[in-house]
Design a protein around this ligand. Structure first.
Ligand SMILES: [Zn+2]
Length: 355
């Protein structure tokens, strides 16, 4: 009976991952929960007293179903449907930064040249950027609560950094920026990422503002799969933000840790922070090399459309996290109902057997 149950759960995981359309190796959350499920099953069945078995069945079914629902399309059904198109031309900036400027390591002349270019483009967009090591444009909203969008413009030595990370910089430069948002917006172009997140760490340490979310865009020009990446250590802090982005996106799934970039220092402070990337599977061999010269327009544009929706949503929604909360409450209710159902069936089968 027990191996049969474990096998059924495994099968259910594989089938559900196919249904959701997410390639199995990246089904990190689900695999975590599955392992937890099996450990609990083993613990209660083998170690704990028999009388716990039924409550265990309820609890594990609940967590399994709940978990499945939170990464199912349920969140997208609750998300507002923005028919926004990303109209920018980010490839111009990718081309300029990777070809005309070229490698732009931390504290180099080329790094300054890149920063000045970014500052100039922001001015042209009618923003008032500040350039102190990083370049930041702030758009004051009605509220002090703010969201930070960031991308790093520095590279490692000798790499022209088209994908890592002119792609992310270019997307932010070409966003249609909301003029009078409810929440305050900060758009920061970091340097020092390749030196060990030095500048984003300084900013996170000195932070005075009421940051409600950090969205970092890094290496999004190559790679089919989109990842909405959180840290393992502060998974819960970023869970809501990852769900928010996931709900608004047409692709990608929240996953743990594939991207180590400028969102990390904020996440470590317990601030909701997520990294958007396409290069986590390391299928692209040119990261940090002289060959990092090419990005795919389709991937850049797809990522741009997502970031455009996210910035629009967090700018104008009264409570940007409200739809995520609604989706989660629905998940909880459905999970309780399903767990009761499973418990009821098992209970009846047992009583019948006894009779
Ligand atoms: Zn990077």
């Amino acid at each position: 009976m027990k191996p049969f149950l474990a096998l059924s759960v495994l099968l259910a995981t594989i089938v559900s991952s196919l249904v959701v359309g997410y390639p199995f190796p990246y089904y990190i959350y689900m695999v975590h929960e599955l392992i937890l499920f099996l450990v609990l099953l083993w613990f209660f069945n083998v170690v704990a007293h028999k009388k716990w078995t039924e409550s265990l069945l309820f609890v594990t079914t609940f967590s399994f179903v709940f978990f499945f629902l939170t990464i199912s399309p349920l969140t997208s059904w609750f998300a507002p449907d923005y028919s926004l198109s990303y109209t920018g031309d980010p490839l111009i900036h990718v081309d300029y930064l990777s070809t005309a400027v070229g490698p732009r390591p931390y504290s180099s002349e080329k790094e300054e040249e890149a920063a000045s270019y970014i500052e100039r483009i922001l001015h042209q967009k009618g923003l008032s950027p500040e350039y102190h090591t990083n370049v930041t444009a702030t758009i004051q909203g009605e509220k002090e609560e703010s969201f930070l969008f960031c991308a790093h413009f520095d590279t490692v030595e000798d790499s022209p950094g088209a994908d890592d990370n002119a792609s992310g910089v270019a997307i932010l430069l070409e966003l249609d920026i909301p003029e009078s948002p409810k929440n305050t917006l900060m758009i920061t172009f970091f340097t020092g990422e390749e030196k060990g997140l030095t500048e984003s760490t300084d900013m996170a340490d000195a932070l005075q503002t009421n940051l409600k979310g950090v969205i970092c865009v890094d290496t999004v020009g190559v790679g089919e799969d989109l990842h909405i990446s959180c840290l393992r250590s502060h998974r819960f802090a970023s869970f809501w933000l990852a769900q928010l982005i996931y709900g608004l996106s047409d692709e990608g799934t929240p996953s743990i840790g594939p991207l180590f970039s400028d969102h990390v220092p904020f996440n470590r402070k317990g601030i909701p922070a997520a990294g958007i990337t396409r290069s986590t599977n390391r299928l692209y061999p040119h990261i940090h090399s002289e060959q990092d010269r090419i990005v795919h327009e389709e991937y850049v544009m797809r990522t741009g459309s997502l970031i455009q929706k996210v910035i629009f949503h967090v700018s104008y929604a009264e409570n940007p996290y409200a739809f995520v909360e609604r989706a989660l409450i629905t998940s909880i209710v459905l999970s309780i109902a399903l767990s009761c159902g499973v418990w009821w069936i098992v209970y009846n089968v047992r009583t019948e057997r006894k009779e």
